[in-house]
Design a protein around this ligand. Structure first.
Ligand code: GLN
Length: 446
């Protein structure tokens, strides 16, 4: 079925950067044989999956949407890929994305942009735009994306699918090409909440190969989907339904809250007072970390190497000038500046302090409420090309997802209605490592 849909739709949607049908069919045959021999089936047996192209796959090209890595074939699997294989999935290909996960529309892919299956003249969101579009178009049963400041949730919202960003540390980052290491998390994009719980069950857990991996017990996420939200206390931050949020998006989310009320939950307006500083804080911290993480792309170790350099310095210079696209360069420059001596205290250190304040905002609200709910993004999917030349407007699309990333807590975006024929996403945010409640509320609404 996935291949039929790929055949029919991929030419227009452009969700994939690489498809490996031969390998996938061999894998499917291998699983069939195991079935015949009566072996036990894995949790996700036979499901065709797509993997975001910044998650390394043994022998399957991994470009991060960048020209720099257009010839990079990893020699090992990321932990999440190993775990999916152990659950008996079939990898069908690698998914298009903004270069090195920097962007919110998938237009920064240095190969070709992805289009929104609901309206081909609109963006699918980003940076995991390929991951969201593939699920929406039925070109994979589910996909993996990565979320640093909203890159799973915002495209899920624009494409009308379910996107879960787990608590920082719950899912191993080993084999995820780092953008901003203190924020990056891998998570599933699925058609519904139950599938999300299944995939999380398969990929969550401690991994010694990731130094920030959390040693926590993994609950049974599926048995948590009881449908019961009676007595649940919901907080709705006034900053998330205020100025800058499209009125129709707001109305759609408020109607969704009424549905939850009907199921026995209660909601109240609260404040996350430092929300207005989140975008600036994030772009300083994420760019700083990126400037350090991306130093490894020097033309020597990974990917392409410039021809005819004059000397070693020139090799670095030329390889980086040619390999990186404009948005990646912008972030490296911003991050290098923010980290340089003389500016470090004023920018990086200050941003770290504000991050703590933002985290405290969440702690304060979670002392009294079970979940926080709001829109995932201020608008629905915008038109291709309408924001590419305006990075600041593009950055502001992340205002409702970034605070969650800075606080490190889990959140899921689920479809909650339509505005002018385009899907609207609602974000359900939980306490750290309380994915069970987040998924339970999402499931009850669905
Ligand atoms: N849109 C945000 C950015 O450009 C988020 C990206 C992400 O989460 N990877 O940084």
């Amino acid at each position: 079925q996935a291949y039929q849909n790929i055949g029919a739709r991929e030419e227009k949607v452009k969700a994939y950067l690489a498809l490996d049908e031969e390998q996938a069919r061999a894998r499917a045959r291998q699983l069939d044989d195991r079935l015949v021999s009566g072996e036990e089936k894995g949790l996700l047996f036979g499901l065709p999956v797509g993997i975001k192209d910044n998650i390394v796959t043994n022998g399957l090209r991994t470009t991060c949407g960048s020209q720099f890595l257009r010839n990079f074939d990893p020699v090992y699997d990321a932990t999440v890929v190993e775990k999916l294989k152990a659950a008996d999935t079939v990898t069908i290909g690698k998914l298009n994305m903004d270069e090195f996960a920097m962007g919110g529309s998938s237009e920064n892919s240095s190969f070709y942009p992805v289009r929104n299956p609901w309206a081909l003249d609109r963006v699918p969101g980003g940076s995991s735009g390929g991951s969201a579009a593939a699920v929406a178009a039925g070109e994979a049963y589910f996909t993996l994306g990565s979320d640093t400041g909203g890159s799973i949730r915002q495209p899920a919202s624009y494409c009308g699918v379910v996107g879960l960003k787990p608590t920082y540390g719950l899912v191993s980052r080993f084999g995820l090409v780092a953008f901003a290491s203190s924020l990056d998390q891998i998570g599933p994009l699925t058609k519904n909440v139950e599938d999300s719980a299944y995939v999380l069950q398969a990929i969550a857990g401690y991994d010694a190969k990731d130094s920030t991996s959390a040693k926590v017990d993994i609950p049974d996420y599926l048995s948590g989907l009881t449908g019961d939200v009676k007595g649940l206390r919901i907080a709705v931050p006034k900053e998330y339904i205020g100025e800058g949020v499209d009125p129709q998006v707001k109305e759609t989310v408020l109607s969704a809250l009424k549905v939850l009320e009907g199921l026995g939950a209660t909601w109240e307006e609260v404040s996350l007072p430092h929300t207005e500083y989140a975008v600036a804080t994030y772009y300083l911290l994420a760019s700083s970390e990126a400037s350090s993480n991306l130093a490894r792309f020097d033309g020597v170790r990974y990917g392409v190497r410039a021809d005819n350099p004059e000397n070693l310095l020139d090799l670095y210079h030329q390889s980086r000038s040619q390999g990186f696209g404009p948005e990646v360069k912008r972030r490296i420059m911003l991050g290098t500046y923010a980290l340089s001596s003389g500016y470090y205290d004023a920018y990086y250190l200050k941003a770290q302090k504000v991050r703590t304040l933002i985290k405290q905002d969440f702690d304060d609200v979670f002392a009294k409420y079970d979940v926080i709910i709001g829109p995932t993004a201020p608008t629905t999917a915008f038109k291709l090309g309408s924001q590419v030349d305006d990075p600041l407007t593009m950055y502001l699309n992340d205002i409702l997802t970034i605070p969650v990333s800075l606080a490190g807590v889990p959140a899921v975006s689920i479809p909650c209605g339509f505005s002018d024929g385009l899907p609207v996403g609602m974000q359900i945010i939980g306490k750290a490592f309380d994915e069970t409640t987040v998924l339970r509320v999402a499931h009850a609404f669905e």
